[in-house]
Write a protein that binds this ligand. Structure first.
Ligand SMILES: *[C@@H]1O[C@H](CO)[C@@H](O)[C@H](O)[C@H]1NC(C)=O
Ligand SMILES: *[C@@H]1O[C@H](CO)[C@@H](O)[C@H](O)[C@H]1NC(C)=O
Ligand SMILES: *[C@H]1O[C@H](CO)[C@@H](O)[C@H](O)[C@H]1NC(C)=O
Length: 273
């Protein structure tokens, strides 16, 4: 670059900056989406239905809806805007086309072994390598005691039979509605290091699901994750929505996105009776 810039070039640069700025501001707002789907009789043919349960109680959606107000790791302001509408029919485009940008560990999501073990990340153990057989199959929804994190003692008391390969743990987090609070609450319940180790050593569980953004409690965040990740056989599904689902045996279905190279992915999980 030369030290001095000719004035036409400078002008062009300024103009370009201005255009970029306008484009950025027109992208900054996202149209509001109706979430209240109680039928208004006037135009009931244009009211979408939003459901948590399908097929008269046969299918439970256990994924959270993505919103700007959902909690995000260590944030007091939630996820914030993650959807933009750079092209819209209202502004003359052929179609509406949204753009999204968010951490891959947002909302209901899955962790790959590369999340906290760097040599696994470098070797390519990303979400695209996760075993769909583990993520789909018969599983158990259990309630854990509300007065403790998930320690070895708690795990032992749950008496989960050998052979059970998928367990979703419902905790105090669900009662406290932590996934509905914008502010990230570090006092959530999760696995302690010894709880994670006990599960790895004494059960056949390969899918571990929990009802807050991390399966490991804040005090043992790294150590409990490492216990789970080491063998690369256990898949962690976090941020599950387990409200109002009866305890019991279900067919669990979880499908991550095939994000090549990513150590996490949003995931859609459902339970079928
Ligand atoms: C359309 O463009 C206007 C002017 O740039 C902007 O204010 C508005 O937010 C845009 N609408 C949509 C839906 O993108
Ligand atoms: C679980 O552990 C966290 C710290 O990681 C703590 O703040 C919380 O009070 C514990 N919860 C229970 C129910 O013991
Ligand atoms: C997309 O286009 C349709 C038709 O113009 C319009 O009714 C709708 O509001 C647009 N969606 C958004 C998100 O702008």
């Amino acid at each position: 670059m030369t030290k001095t810039m000719s004035s036409p070039l400078l002008l062009l640069l300024l103009l370009f900056t201005a255009i970029t700025f306008v484009a950025a501001t027109s992208m900054s707002a996202y149209p509001s989406v109706p979430t209240d789907c109680t039928v208004s009789p006037a135009d009931n043919e244009l009211v979408p239905v939003r459901r948590e349960v399908y097929g008269g109680g046969r299918i439970f959606d256990i994924s959270h809806r993505y919103t700007a107000d959902m909690p995000s790791f260590w944030s007091t302001d939630g996820v914030g805007q993650f959807l933009w509408l750079p092209a819209s029919m209202k502004n003359g485009s052929l179609a509406n086309n949204s753009v999204m940008k968010m951490q891959t560990h947002t909302g209901t999501h899955v962790d790959a072994p590369g999340h906290m073990i760097d040599r696994y990340f470098d070797a390519g153990f990303d979400v695209d390598t996760l075993d769909l057989e583990v993520l789909n199959g018969q599983g158990l929804l259990v309630d854990v005691p509300r007065d403790s994190n998930i320690t070895a003692e708690v795990m032992e008391s749950l008496k989960i039979p050998k052979g059970v390969r998928r367990v979703l743990f419902r905790t105090l987090n669900t009662d406290r509605g932590l996934m509905y609070k914008r502010e990230y609450d570090t006092s959530y319940v999760g696995f302690t290091k010894d709880g994670a180790r006990w599960l790895v050593k004494n059960t056949d569980i390969k899918l571990v699901g929990l009802d807050f953004l991390s399966v490991a409690c804040d005090d043992d965040l790294l150590s409990a994750h490492l216990e789970f990740f080491e063998s690369r056989e256990i898949i962690l599904v976090e941020g599950l929505k387990l409200d109002d689902v009866p305890v019991g045996i279900y067919n669990v279905h979880c499908l991550p996105l095939r994000l090549l190279g990513a150590e996490g992915s949003p995931i859609r999980c459902i339970l079928i009776k």
